[in-house]
Ligand binder design. Sequence first.
Ligand SMILES: *Cc1c(COP(=O)(O)O)cnc(C)c1O
Length: 401
Amino acid sequence: MPEAISLASRVTQIAPSPTLAVNAKAKALKAAGADILNFSVGEPDFDTPAHVSAAGKKAIDDGHTRYTAVPGIPELRQAVADRFRADHGWSYSAEQVQICCGGKHGLYNVFQAVLNPGDEVLIPAPYWVSYPPMVQLAGGVPVIVPLEEKDNFDLNPEILGRYATERTRMIVINSPSNPTGSLLSAGALEAIGKMALEKGWLVISDDIYETITYLDGKLPHILDVDARLKEQTVLMNGVSKSFAMTGWRIGYAAGPEHIIKAMNKIQSQSTSNPSSPAQYAALAALTGPQDFPAEMLKAFRPRRDFFVADLRSIPGVSCVNPEGAFYVFPNFSAYYGKSFQGKPINGSVALADYFLDEAQVASVPGAAFGADPFVRFSFATSMEVIEKGMQRIKEALARLT
Ligand SMILES: *Cc1c(COP(=O)(O)O)cnc(C)c1O
C-alpha cells in the first residue's frame, strides 16, 4: 500500500477547536442515551428573534439566493456603520466595514491580511481558543500575556511592556472575555492604547460580547482612549451572540480602509460573500428593535448569580464574578493532585474528563484557554440544569481522595 499523503506543517502545528470537540463528545454521549448536562456550549440558549428569521425566509422567497458583493451587501455594510454611530458615536463608512462568515472568519481574514512570517501578536491569557492557532496559520507568533485571577483577569499595565519586542505587530483584546467574562478596565485600555500608539501596533478589539454585560453604565472601549487609535484598530463583531444567530454565520469587521480592502481580497479568494439570505436576516437584526440582548440578560443574570455563589461555597474553589458574556471560570486547582479510583486528577483536562465520565457534566478545561487552574462552564442553559449540574459537581469533587 502506498504511504498516506503527508500534511502541511502549518496544519500539523495546530489542534482542532477544543470547545467544539468537547461539545461534540457531549452530544455523542447524549445521543447514546447518557443523561449529560452540557455546560460546554458557547452560544445563547435562545432562538433567533422571529422577525430576524422571517427576514431570512423572505430573502429566499425574494430570490436573494445568488452571489452578493464579496464584502457583503451594501445595505448591511451601511447598517453596521449606522449601528456604530448610533451606539458609540464612531464614524465608519460602509467601505470601512467587511461582512464575513462569522466573527471567527473576520479574525482569520485580518491575521491573513496583516501578518508576515515571524510577526508577533500579543494575546492576553485566558484567551479565546482560536486566537493562537489563527495567528500561527498566518505565519505569526502568538506571545501570551498572562492575566491574573487576583486582578479579576484585568490586564496589569506594568507587565505589558515585558512581552513587547521589536517584532510585535498586534495585540488582541476581548472584553467582555470568553472564557472569563471579565472586562478590561479603562486603565488597562489606556495603557494598551498608549503603547499601541507609541509602537504602531494594530489593536484587534473582539467585541462579540459587547451587548451582553452586567455592568451598570458604559463598557470601557479602546476607541475611547484616544481618537487616533481608530487608524490602528480593527473592530470584530457579529450577530452570533447578540442576536442568537450562531448558525447563520454572519460577522462584521470595521477598520482602516486599506486593511478592510486587504481582508476583502483574502475573502474574495477563499469564501467569497457570506450566505446571502443570512445577510438579509442580519440586516433585520441590526436595523430592527435592539432590545433582544436585554431580554437574554434578564435570564442570564440570576443564573450567573446562583452559579458564582454556589461555586464559591465549595471548599477550595474560587470564582471571579463575570461582568459580561455567559461563562463562569472557577479555579479548581486545589483539587489537582487528588485522584479517583487510583486515576490522578493532574490538571483541567483530567478534571473535565472526570466531570464528564463520572458526573455526566460537560465543561471545557481551562488548558484550552491557556489557563490550566480553571474550567469553563457556560450558563447559556436553564437554571434547572445549573442547579442539577452543581449538585453533581459537588458530589464528584467530594469523591476525590
Ligand atoms: C463566539 C465568539 C466569536 C465569533 O463567533 P462567530 O459565531 O464566528 O461570529 C469571536 N470571539 C469570541 C471570543 C467568541 O466567543
